[in-house]
Design a protein around this ligand. Structure first.
Ligand code: SF4
Length: 737
């Protein structure tokens, strides 16, 4: 037969690149290149995407379930899960089972389609996800401002003339909460067409080096800088009211910003007042501008204030929902008609620390409290789906110890890693090449409207359940029935069609659900659900109402390289679902939280060392450290520090330096560099693969050290519950030689 070629979306990061795979007779992926015909990525590929074949064929990837460390059949494994969960639920109640959903879940089709069903079936209030280690502030900000925590504006990269980026490093991360293949190329294009890119970051990252201007900012102080920009726009009468009658709170925000003149925040932020003023003026004067904040702004004590002020600036400069500004993507699978429910948080609170629920979940920073603290509702069992919280949670060492004390744990994960080594049962999903792909979570953040479906390119062996079936069966077990997993899909299809046909404004309003059910794609139930979503979506055929509209069959057969649905379009009216029907520019919850900024301005400044994280192009959290191509070469898990600080401590490059915080100590290799501002040290996250009982040989050999040995689970952004990973107070010392 010989080699064959297949095309699919890369599932490794948020950039949505199309890939061209070469496979041999045995179904082994022998080469990976960028898909030149993908209309969005146009052949772009990064070093991570190029290793998809290695990931697919990783010999450490689990091919079969493990039950108590021994290889087991699927029926045996599911029976062990059924018994393990049933015993805990019977003795301790439903809240005694917690669920942790990790970041890889957002990069699969099955995760978004089935993860929620597991939580719902369990009926537990103890849901934790990677979102509270990463992006929850953005959800809270958008929930209060626009009414929908998923209505996240993205910078219209291809048409903007001015981009102000805070805490974002897309040259390493390839972009986040803004899906854009070849993000670096898109930044260069802004400059090439005469625009300006400014980066605000405590490190001169590769992105900062590419930008026209880089402003060093003291870690954790972005909210003061952003407030000073808001202050300047009001004080100099530079606010553009481009949404007259559609924005509430303009005067409230003006009053709130009065105390944050650039001179007042200059010392706190480390950015001179004249530079802050100039930045505000440039932003206001730019023809098309966008402010974009990412992980560095979310993982701070003021994460939600940062996320709010980023979009407040987009409103104040007249750039929200405008070409070249900050715009709302229109994903093909998401209906535009919806019920309007006001966004709220705190519908329940965590048992031990009383932290409010946000977006249906509790902060991952308090998962350890819920496991360790005895009493009614104590977490006794855990389901993890992707993710590696034993490395990625704040004060991960404490969580790691707590996981060992669980009564029962089941993990859906391809690896026996630092987290899953605690699991009684591991249910491995199939290889990427055997898995269908459609980016449900990420196309809602793409800088162009885009859709691409990738069917599996290698068939599943007989008896091997797909990831969707694994998760659906888990949901059935969680519900106490352990029936046919197909029943879950049928239930969801039936109820979705019933709702859609009953809802005025839906393209199928008034039609018979049974008639629509018969029209669905003839593929797997997952494919039928995706077909249903696409057909009800904004570009869909409305089940025949628009014969030229999108269906899964059409996407699969006519657009195997993906379908470009065009540049982003203004759509504020479609997304806005606040109670007032207006953009809430100054929600009272956020205004109240500004008190913390006032208090910090009054408090004496401390001059101790603080820790920040960092990304690397060849790494993605902890997922990819078992691939030789990505870990070979020089050690990237070093402690970067400014040469002034290195000299003061008497440490030189390559020597060990001890970092200590309230929670612990870690010894790292020093890397003095001018790219880090004085007083700041930086360690990347996702490392620390030296623990026993794992089965990831390459990662173990390139273990690195875990930054979360010194981050603090007690420090969170109170509005979102997001963990604080930036600005962690630490002390440095050279250990005895
Ligand atoms: S940028 Fe992201 S999506 Fe594109 S090839 Fe690299 S890892 Fe894959």
């Amino acid at each position: 037969m010989g080699d064959r070629t297949a095309f699919r979306t890369c599932p490794l990061c948020e950039a949505l690149c199309g890939l061209e795979l070469t496979l041999d007779d045995a179904g082994t992926v022998t080469r990976v290149r960028g898909d030149e015909k993908d209309p969005f990525s146009k052949g772009f590929i990064c070093p991570k995407g190029a290793t998809l074949g290695s990931l697919d064929g990783d010999p450490d990837r689990l091919a079969e379930p493990l039950v108590n460390g021994e290889t087991a059949g699927w029926d045996e494994a599911f029976e062990a899960v059924r018994k393990g969960l049933a015993d805990v639920i019977e003795r301790h109640g439903r809240d005694s089972v917690a669920v942790y959903i990790g970041n890889p879940t957002a990069h699969s089709i099955a995760g978004p389609l089935y993860g929620g069903a597991i939580v719902k079936a369990l009926g537990t209030r103890n849901l934790f996800t990677a979102s509270t280690a990463d992006q929850m502030p953005k959800h809270v900000a958008c929930g209060h401002m626009f009414g929908d925590p998923l209505a996240i504006p993205v910078p219209d990269l291809d048409r903007t003339g001015h981009l102000l980026m805070l805490g974002a490093n897309p040259l390493e991360s390839n972009g986040s909460l803004a899906s854009a293949p070849d993000f670096p190329g898109r930044l260069k294009a802004i400059k090439a067409r005469g625009g300006k890119v400014t980066v605000v970051d405590p490190r001169r990252t590769r992105t900062a080096a590419l930008a026209d201007e880089h402003l060093f900012i003291k870690p954790g102080t972005d909210a003061f800088f952003l407030m000073a920009l808001v202050h300047t726009l009001f004080a100099e009468d530079r606010v553009t009211d481009r949404l007259p009658g559609r924005v509430n709170g303009l005067d409230d925000l003006r009053a709130l910003a009065v105390d944050f003149a650039p001179e007042r925040v200059a010392d706190v932020t480390g950015i001179p007042a004249d530079v802050i003023r100039r930045t505000a003026r440039e932003l206001a004067a730019a023809d098309r501008a966008a402010v974009y904040g990412r992980i560095g702004t979310c993982t701070q004590a003021y994460g939600t204030l940062n996320s709010w002020l980023v979009d407040a600036l987009n409103v104040l400069t007249g750039n929200l929902d405008r070409e070249g500004g900050a715009m709302f993507p229109r994903p093909a699978h998401a209906p535009v008609y919806r019920r309007r429910k006001p966004f709220t948080t705190g519908r329940w609170r965590s048992r031990v620390r009383g932290l409010p629920e946000v977006n249906g979940e509790l902060p991952v920073a308090t998962l350890v409290d819920e496991i360790e603290t005895a009493g009614e509702g104590q977490v006794k069992a855990l389901i993890t789906i992707g993710g590696n919280p034993a490395l990625s949670a704040p004060n991960a060492a404490r969580l790691d110890r707590a996981l060992a004390g669980l009564v029962f744990m089941v993990s859906v994960d391809p690896y026996l890693n630092e987290t899953t080594r605690h699991a009684n049962v591991i249910l491995p999903p199939p290889r990427p090449a055997q898995t269908p792909h459609y980016d449900i979570a990420l196309t809602g953040l793409a800088v162009r409207d885009y859709a691409r479906y990738s069917p599996p390119v290698v068939p599943l062996p007989d008896g091997r359940p797909s990831e969707a079936v694994v998760l659906a069966r888990l949901a059935m077990i969680a519900s106490g029935t352990d029936g046919d997993p197909a029943a879950l899909d049928e239930l969801i299809i039936t109820s979705t069609l019933a709702k859609a046909t009953a809802l005025p404004g839906s393209p199928v309003h008034g039609r018979e659900p049974d008639e629509l059910r018969k029209m669905l794609d003839t593929g797997t139930l997952t494919e039928q659900r995706l077909d249903m979503m696409l057909r009800l979506g904004p570009y869909g055929d409305g089940f025949g109402a628009d014969p030229s509209g999108l269906t899964l069959t059409r996407l699969r057969t006519e657009h195997p390289h993906g379908l470009d649905l065009g540049a982003l379009k203004p759509r504020l009216d479609e997304v806005l679902c606040t109670t007032s029907g207006r953009v809430e520019l100054c929600p009272s919850t956020f205004a109240a939280d500004v008190d913390r900024l006032h208090a910090a301005l009054r408090a004496p400044q401390t001059d101790g060392m603080v820790l920040i994280g960092r990304r690397h192009l060849r790494s993605n959290n902890s997922w990819l450290h078992n691939l030789p191509e990505l870990v070979r070469g020089s050690n990237v898990c070093t402690l970067q520090l400014n040469p002034q600080d290195a000299e003061r401590l008497g440490v030189t490059a390559g020597e060990t330096i001890r970092v200590t915080s309230r929670t612990g100590t870690v010894d790292a290799i020093a890397e003095p560099t001018e790219t880090v501002m004085p007083g700041v040290v930086s360690l990347p996250h996702g490392w620390g693969h030296d623990r026993p009982g794992t089965r990831t040989a390459v990662a173990h050999e390139h273990a690195g050290v875990n930054v979360n040995a010194v981050t603090d689970e007690q420090e969170i952004d109170p509005l979102s519950g997001n963990a604080v990973f930036n600005g962690v107070p630490v002390t440095l010392a050279v250990p005895p030689r």
